[in-house]
Design a protein around this ligand. Structure first.
Ligand SMILES: [Zn+2]
Length: 62
């Protein structure tokens, strides 16, 4: 039996996503996910969140 086609949409369930740097909650922005705890921002490429600390934009220190 094939997997249901809804499997891919589960990748974007934000309640299962956490910041890889601090495990904080991720908040959706325009085309990225922003960590509410540490301020890192993760790109979303082709609908797939890239939750890699080295790829994150560090929070500005202004
Ligand atoms: Zn974080």
């Amino acid at each position: 039996m094939p997997f249901p086609s809804s499997v891919n949409s589960n990748l974007l369930r934000l309640d299962v996503l956490a910041c890889p740097a601090c495990r904080g909650d991720l908040q959706p922005e325009a085309d990225r996910l922003c960590c509410a705890a540490c301020g890192r921002r993760y790109p979303v490429i082709d609908g797939i969140p890239v939750l890699i600390a080295e790829r994150a934009e560090a929070p500005s220190h202004s």
